[in-house]
Design a protein around this ligand. Structure first.
Ligand code: GUN
Length: 292
């Protein structure tokens, strides 16, 4: 069994991006610039955005944080999106979700110029991804593909079972794993909360991508010997053992599943650290105007 160390891969990729930014700036080109819009003071969103801004600094990007109070109008937010679309100094930007209930997230996402949509949430990017055109791929699926590549995991002709059908992980993951390229070329099965006898499918799987959000859902007797298991679960469970008062639980019963696997990602330290790095890679692409 080989542990997929997302934390160390993420550190390595940050160094690679930082090196590329140095070269960009040395030849007199513009430093990539990521802007983030944060509405309100939700604890989780504050932490995520602070991490994104800090990572921009680490890799040498310019970053801008634009804050609004919870009561900002949809109209004002849409105006800001338009302004960022038109600002040539901003290469890419994100609007941190969730937004307050009086604002339509879909309307805001669709207002973003897809060429600056480094989250990859715009329907244009989602559509382009599904037919294999240049696009921004959302952070989690993109991070998982990068892990498969960096560990030289074979995917061609394999049976990949995706557990979960969310718009930001399950659906894009299934589309990417069946793409006619590496990593891809898989036969893909998508299982979800209404699937009957899930183990019938998981036992057939060479690669399992678990993204249902159900702690320790995947048990040893559901996995075939030698499978590759990617755990996307990050459920916060109360814990007396940690300073923060909670611990992260994956969708995989790691201790019993790991001995059967050829490769497995831990939680934490597997897929999680790759997500911000994917956003940075997308921003680098945006800076190069690689998506048009
Ligand atoms: N909220 C939780 N995850 C994300 C993300 O990847 N992007 C944005 N914009 N908001 C989020």
């Amino acid at each position: 069994m080989k542990l997929i160390d997302g934390k160390s891969v993420a550190t390595q990729i940050k160094l690679e991006i930082a090196e590329e930014v140095k070269q960009i700036v040395a030849r007199g080109d513009k430093r990539p610039h990521l802007a983030a819009i944060l509405v309100g003071h939700d604890g989780g969103s504050e932490t995520y955005v602070a991490n994104k801004v800090r990572t921009c600094e680490e890799v040498g990007f310019k970053s801008s944080l634009i804050r609004y109070e919870e009561d900002v109008t949809e109209e004002d937010l849409l105006k800001k999106v338009q302004e960022l679309n038109e600002n040539p100094d901003v290469d890419g930007f994100i609007v941190q979700l969730p937004l307050p209930r009086h604002i339509s997230e879909q309307k805001v996402i669709e207002a973003i110029d897809y060429r600056k949509d480094v989250d990859g949430f715009h329907p244009e990017n989602v559509g382009r991804m599904s037919i294999g055109l240049p696009c921004f791929v959302s952070a989690t699926p993109s991070g998982i593909l990068e892990l498969l590549k960096r560990y030289n995991i074979e995917t061609s002709g394999k049976h990949c079972v995706v557990l979960g059908r969310s718009n930001i992980v399950g659906k894009p993951m299934a589309a990417l794993m069946m793409q006619k390229e590496y990593p891809g070329d898989c036969t893909v099965t998508v299982c979800h909360s209404r699937t009957k006898n899930i183990e019938k499918y998981t036992l057939e799987a060479d690669i399992i991508i678990a993204a249902m959000g159900v702690p320790e859902f995947l048990k040893a007797d559901m996995v075939k010997e030698g499978a590759v298991v990617i755990d996307v679960g990050t459920t916060r469970i109360p814990s007396e053992k940690t300073k923060s008062g909670f611990k992260l639980s994956g969708d995989v019963a790691f201790d019993e599943v790991a001995p059967k696997c050829s490769f497995i990602t831990p939680v934490p330290g597997g897929v999680g650290p790759m997500t911000i790095v994917s956003l940075m890679r997308n921003t680098l692409l945006a800076g190069k105007k690689a998506i048009y």
